[in-house]
Design a protein around this ligand. Structure first.
Ligand SMILES: [Zn+2]
Length: 340
């Protein structure tokens, strides 16, 4: 009781009471003053930063305008940064060098080994349900996939570019991905072509050779459609003559499927046709040896994974379910890159 009452008595005594109130008031005033000073300082600081930023932007803008006026046909921005003697311009130059700029992104190249190859089939709307629906990717969905890939930093490349990176000292963009399309149906050209064209991206078309005809059906492609894709930078590859299971055919038939399909495509479209796509993914040692003997530099499977430079005749792919939302595609892609 005594211990409890003592502080209360001390605080409430007539002598210490007014003093503590005055102290509290004084402390409150000091806090207000401090708060006011801090706020003022912050305002002044922000204003200073703002003015400095304005000078930098204005200085660079002026430099660009001057260079555009004086330079004849050169790149205005480069000229401005190199010739302007003003400190503002050199400040913005060093800032531009340090921060990641579009040009440094373009310059970044791939230094890994395995490259992901996406596998698509038909690019069209469908009423098909069940497992087969996975083979159909609507034009709208493909556009979402491609945009998501682009936004995630990927750049589409061809199998030839990948091969040249692996074996011929070629370079690849920082995050390469191959977009391969199997079989050769008209939706790939009519619907897929424009989607990739928008980004200047190439696709890889692996076609069953007799699918190329002028019948105009959705299950075939016309030579004109194929030439349009080639003009867009697409790579034309073989997917055999009759799409058999190559592990079950005899040696003559195996050679025919591999060699005749390649020869016809080379002749008709004047393309190298350096890669083969195993029908149904079926392959074994004999099929791989025959593909090599037919002059192909590599061949793609349907085994899930990222393509391995040490296994050119067993290039794994990531089969895309045409119904996937972009998030699922990116998640799958990242997974196989981390676990090739
Ligand atoms: Zn196929």
């Amino acid at each position: 009781v005594n211990r409890r009452s003592q502080p209360r008595r001390y605080v409430s005594s007539s002598y210490t009471g007014p003093t503590s109130t005055a102290r509290r008031r004084a402390a409150s005033r000091r806090r207000r003053t401090r708060r006011l000073l801090t706020t003022s300082f912050t305002v002044v600081l922000l204003a200073g930063v703002g003015v400095a930023a304005w000078y930098l932007i204005a200085g660079r803008g002026t430099g660009e305008a001057d260079a555009t006026d004086t330079a004849s046909g050169g790149q205005p921005q480069t000229v401005a940064l190199e010739t302007s003697p003003s400190p503002q311009a050199s400040a913005s130059k060093s800032a531009a060098t340090k921060s990641p700029s579009p040009s440094s992104e373009e310059g970044a190249t791939f230094s890994g080994t395995h490259v992901p190859i996406l596998m698509y089939h038909r690019i069209e709307e469908t009423t098909v349900t069940g497992d087969n629906a996975a083979y159909f990717c609507s034009p709208k969905r493909l556009a979402q996939h491609v945009k998501a890939l682009k936004d995630a930093g990927y750049t589409a490349v061809t199998l030839q570019q990948v091969y040249d990176y692996w074996h011929n000292g070629g370079t690849l963009p920082e995050k390469p991905v191959v977009l391969s399309f199997d079989d050769g149906t008209s939706g790939i050209a009519d619907n897929g072509g424009p989607v990739l064209r928008k980004y200047g991206w190439p696709g890889v078309l692996s076609v069953i050779v007799p699918n190329i005809n002028d019948s105009g059906g959705s299950l075939s492609m016309t030579p004109t459609q194929i030439r349009t894709l080639i003009d867009d930078g697409w790579e034309l590859d073989s997917h055999s003559m009759t799409h058999p299971n190559l592990t079950t055919v005899n040696a003559d038939r195996l050679r025919y499927e591999l060699e005749e399909s390649r020869r016809r495509l080379q002749e008709q479209f004047d393309q190298p046709v350096n890669f083969f796509c195993y029908p149904g993914g079926a392959h074994n040692a004999a099929v791989m040896a025959a593909a090599q003997a037919a002059g192909y530099l590599g061949a793609t499977t349907v085994v899930r994974g990222a393509a391995d430079p040490d296994m050119p005749y067993q290039l794994d792919r990531i089969e895309v379910d045409g119904r996937w939302v972009p998030k699922t595609l990116l998640r799958d892609l990242e997974y196989w890159q981390q676990n090739p």
